[in-house]
Design a protein around this ligand. Structure first.
Ligand code: NAP
Ligand code: F7E
Length: 348
């Protein structure tokens, strides 16, 4: 059987790394698009990098950028992939308030550029397209839990840009018959999560504090609630969407939510750290057994508009795609902590 070819925009990110590994295991040839950067941005995929002169090479990287139409079009034309996964995005919600125009260009028009390249090069019947949609599109939620029929109500430039990407994907599916599917993925984390997202920040900081390498963790809104899953489970859902008999949109989530405070409590418990909480709002603090203040709030980590609560319903994906996540919040936390502890061990 002919090897399938996948093209991943955003291959250097958390999901790009997990998806590459997943597709390589399935026997795909994987092409990935990385951006030129002044410091290394391939750490998450370095372990699968292959000698460019090897004839057996099945993981190939290309320079490109979803804000650059010509590079997107040239790569799509050259590879003519069976499947494209658009994971490329300025993915940080707080940062999107600081760089709203760039976020719109990359996250909204980036998706359009890829879809238009599929159409322009006559690949409508060959190339399937996955768009990395997000629960941030639900924003200030209009229904609990959120599913595929819940109206969007985004509250950040990031959420607004992703709503455009969602609808342009639906539009190219309907207008040009492209197999184009939207995943509406709730927060998913892993040891490879970017260090400024709250789960990784908390796990890393509490491990550092335990080993005396950091004094305090500064956070923002402790009351926000999220539905956190594991990236390893979620990339499998992306692939399943493109193997389904028709293009469609699917919510991927765990159906359970926890506050940031709950998350800190769960991580500290696994690390054997007893916390005592005092105060309210911006004055809320947590102290350790030795009465040292180790968690404090800072205004700078609050957002101009917050998404207070997200909790999804993945019944459709479970029924139609037979998607079955392996992880829960506890195995996710264990995985993230054990990765950090290994780093501390190696440091010794
Ligand atoms: P991530 O770790 O931030 O990775 C984003 C990827 O996009 C990186 O490879 C990044 O490259 C690349 N990228 C950024 N701007 C680009 C541009 N202009 N051109 C080409 N590539 C660009 O994000 P993630 O957590 O893996 O998420 C993957 C996708 O799913 C994103 O679209 C995100 O918005 C979406 N999503 C994520 C979650 C979640 O909870 N993780 C939930 C729902 C949806 P560099 O490495 O060079 O920065
Ligand atoms: O924030 C609160 C913050 O940045 C989660 C992206 O992958 O998931 C992610 O977006 C919550 C928010 O993720 C800190 O206010 C408190 O309520 O980890 P986060 P996010 O904004 O939910 C969605 C689904 C995506 O699509 C995005 O790409 O935690 N929070 N204190 C904090 N957040 C951060 N980052 N840092 C803090 O110190």
């Amino acid at each position: 059987m002919k090897k399938k070819i996948a093209l991943i925009f955003g291959v250097t990110g958390q999901d790009g790394a997990y998806l590459s590994r997943f597709l390589l295991k399935k026997g795909y040839t994987v092409h990935g698009v990385k951006r030129r950067s002044s410091s290394l941005n391939t750490q998450r995929i370095d372990h699968i990098y292959q000698d460019p002169y090897s004839k057996k090479r099945n993981f190939i990287l290309h320079y490109g950028d979803v804000t650059d139409t010509l590079s997107v079009s040239t790569i799509v034309k050259k590879i003519k992939p069976d499947e494209i996964y658009n994971l490329a995005a300025q993915s940080h919600v707080a940062v999107s308030f600081e760089v709203p125009e760039y976020t719109g260009n990359a996250d909204a028009i980036g998706a359009l550029r890829i879809l238009e390249s599929i159409k322009f090069h006559g690949l409508e019947k060959k190339t399937k397209f996955y768009q990395a949609g997000t629960s941030e599109m639900f924003g200030k939620v209009l229904q609990v839990p959120q599913n595929e029929l819940t109206s969007f109500n985004p509250k950040s430039p990031y959420g607004v840009a992703k709503v455009y990407a969602h609808w342009i994907t639906v539009n190219y599916r309907e207008a040009y018959n492209i197999f184009a599917s939207n995943g509406i993925l709730f927060n998913h984390e892993s040891p490879l999560r970017g260090e400024t997202f709250v789960t990784k920040k908390v796990v890393k900081a509490l491990c550092n504090i335990k080993f005396g390498k950091q004094k305090k963790l500064f956070v923002g809104n402790l009351n926000a609630k999220r539905d956190w899953g594991h990236a390893e489970d979620y990339v499998q859902a992306m692939w399943k969407m493109l193997q389904f008999k028709r293009p469609d949109d699917f919510v991927i989530c765990t159906g359970k939510q926890y506050s940031i405070r709950d998350f800190i409590k769960m991580v500290s418990k696994v690390l054997g750290m007893k916390l005592r909480w005092t105060g309210k709002g911006i004055n809320e603090k947590a102290f350790d057994e030795n009465n040292r203040c180790i968690v404090e709030c800072r205004k700078k980590y609050f957002r101009p508009a917050e998404v207070d609560t997200l909790i999804g319903d993945a019944s459709k994906a479970k029924k139609l795609l037979k998607w079955k996540p392996k992880h829960n919040i506890h195995s996710l936390i264990k995985d993230m902590i054990s990765y950090e502890l290994d780093i501390h061990k190696n440091d010794k």
